[in-house]
Design a protein around this ligand. Structure first.
Ligand code: GRF
Length: 206
């Protein structure tokens, strides 16, 4: 089986990155993490990457609030190429990715989102689900396309909303599901002889 060569992008805690790293170490995911890049120089995800001895780079986004300056996004593509990444994994990356990255890694950028898409796109999806009075929510792994949180779904896991949940307790339960779903989905890609296409037709449901 061909090992997936991953470039990981994240802005925060990096618990999904840690879950992927653990799955690789335990032989549950045939992949190599080639580089970890963050738009936030002080993000814990970069510290964890350095602890694991992985190449880690800070690439501040520039003047925009939600996206990268185009020249910076070109630089991001160069970093990913230089490190021989084949797949770009968004693990809590708080920037909207645009043409330079989308075109360089077309169909090979994978995101995890904390809701059952198409429900609750955008920020704090767990809070949106709680405020909408849902009895269940979850997480989704999908291919990144220009529309935010809109690309083809590869996998979903359901999570119950419990009596007395706060946004924090619900988010924690979703995080636990993400840590199972993300490695399992990437392993499915690694194992698929025909690549990612057939997986879109039959999303994994955990
Ligand atoms: C996760 O909830 C993920 O769904 C969202 O950002 C969060 C990242 O958490 N896209 P972490 O940095 O992996 O802990």
């Amino acid at each position: 089986m061909k090992r997936l060569q991953l470039g990981i992008l994240g802005s925060g805690k990096g618990s999904n990155f840690v879950a992927l790293h653990k799955a690789i170490a335990e032989g549950r995911l045939a992949a190599d993490i080639r580089v970890v890049v963050s738009d936030i120089a002080s993000a814990p995800i970069l510290l964890r990457a350095k602890e694991f001895g992985l190449p880690a780079a800070a690439l501040p986004a520039g003047k925009f609030r939600t996206k990268l300056e185009p020249e910076i996004e070109e630089e991001l593509v160069a970093i990913l190429r230089r490190n021989q990444c084949e797949w770009v994994i968004l693990a809590g990356y708080m920037r909207v990715v645009k043409a330079p990255l989308l075109e360089a890694f077309a169909g090979k950028i994978i995101n995890i989102h904390p809701s059952l898409l198409p429900k609750f796109k955008g920020l704090e999806a767990w809070r949106q689900a709680l405020e909408a009075g849902e009895s269940e929510t979850g997480c989704t792994v999908h291919i990144v396309t220009p529309g935010i949180d809109e690309g083809p779904v590869l996998a979903q896991a359901k999570v119950p909303v419990l009596e007395g949940d706060t946004p924090e307790t619900l988010h924690q339960r979703i995080h636990a599901a993400e840590h199972r779903l993300f490695p399992a989905t990437l392993q499915r890609i690694a194992e698929s002889p025909a690549g990612i296409e057939p997986l879109k037709a039959q999303p994994l449901m955990l």
